[in-house]
Design a protein around this ligand. Structure first.
Ligand SMILES: CC(C)(COP(=O)(O)OP(=O)(O)OC[C@H]1O[C@@H](n2cnc3c(N)ncnc32)[C@H](O)[C@@H]1OP(=O)(O)O)[C@@H](O)C(=O)NCCC(=O)NCCS
Length: 259
């Protein structure tokens, strides 16, 4: 009897030590990633994201032990307390930082790697059309902007970023950033995308082009008028010369400065 009790106390002691170590890591994650973070006391007492994480660990442990119903009660109490709903079945790695927290929903079959950051309003949910594994799998060091929705059993690769307000329903490769609805990549495997391959210094200037056409037409008309009224030829030749000078100036702009 004494041995069983001793083993129980030993296991409890190990669990408490692990929990204390994890809390230390959680606080460090906040200090590293939130410029607004203050003292350890402030972090431990004022960050709903941390409270949600700690309660989730309890719910997840009970869920793993096969305890019925209670894990869901813990999860719902967590939601009531923090505004963050994490299903007890969700697997969460080390160093998750949920900033502000309210409105975050993490589904039952979601799997989250290490050092992930998410802001308020993030959903890692299902599409409503799948069963079994139906929530996202998230790699390490991923950032979810405020209000990002990631739906379905998609994979978000390591170091990816999902922009605020984005809706993502397909896989995101590692080292990539997606924004918008539907999420489109602006960074793909470390390379910027969506920027047309053109020489910006030599973009055509449509206004200069239009004026050039008009000037050319006026010169042509002046020459035709010379033929109709030869007595005014001198005067017109002066006007033509001036117009041609103007055209040359415009051509200079077009070659570099634009107008
Ligand atoms: C996506 C994000 C991580 C920036 O990534 P980035 O690689 O630095 O991207 P850039 O800022 O260079 O923007 C690239 C393009 O995406 C657009 N973009 C950036 N974030 C966007 C977003 N959330 N939604 C839609 N478009 C976005 C930019 O306007 C830009 O478009 P353009 O190429 O047409 O000019 C960032 O914008 C973001 O959403 N961060 C989340 C921050 C957050 O939620 N804070 C909450 C604090 S409470």
């Amino acid at each position: 009897m004494r041995t069983v009790f001793g083993k129980f106390l030993g296991a409890l002691g190990r669990d408490v030590r692990t929990a204390v170590d994890e809390i230390g890591e959680d606080v460090r994650a906040v200090q590293e990633r939130d410029p607004a973070a203050g003292s350890k006391l402030e972090i431990v007492t004022s960050y709903a994201g941390l409270h949600a994480l700690w309660l989730h660990r309890l719910a997840h442990k009970l869920n793993d032990l096969g305890v019925p119903v209670v894990p869901r009660w813990v999860s719902q109490f967590n939601r009531f307390l923090t505004g963050i709903e994490i299903h007890p079945g969700a697997k969460i790695g080390e160093g998750l930082f949920i900033d502000h927290g309210a409105g975050v929903v993490i589904g039952e079959t979601a799997e989250i790697g290490d050092n992930v950051t998410m802001y308020q309003g993030v959903t890692l949910g299902g599409t409503g059309k799948e069963s079994g594994k139906r929530h996202p799998t998230v790699g390490d060091n991923v950032v979810f902007g405020a209000g990002a929705k990631v739906l379905g059993a998609v994979t978000i690769g390591d170091n990816a970023k999902v922009g605020a307000g984005s809706v993502v329903v397909t896989d995101v490769p590692k080292n990539s950033t997606v924004v918008g609805n539907p999420g489109r990549p602006v960074l793909l495997r470390g390379q910027r995308v969506g920027i047309p391959d053109i020489d910006y210094r030599h973009l055509p200037d449509p206004v200069a082009e239009a004026i050039k056409c008009l000037v050319a037409r006026i010169v042509e008309m002046e020459q035709e008028l010379d033929e109709i009224h030869p007595e005014r030829k001198g005067k017109r030749q002066e006007a033509v010369r001036q117009t041609q000078e103007m055209l040359a100036e415009l051509m200079a702009y077009d070659a570099g400065a634009g107008i």
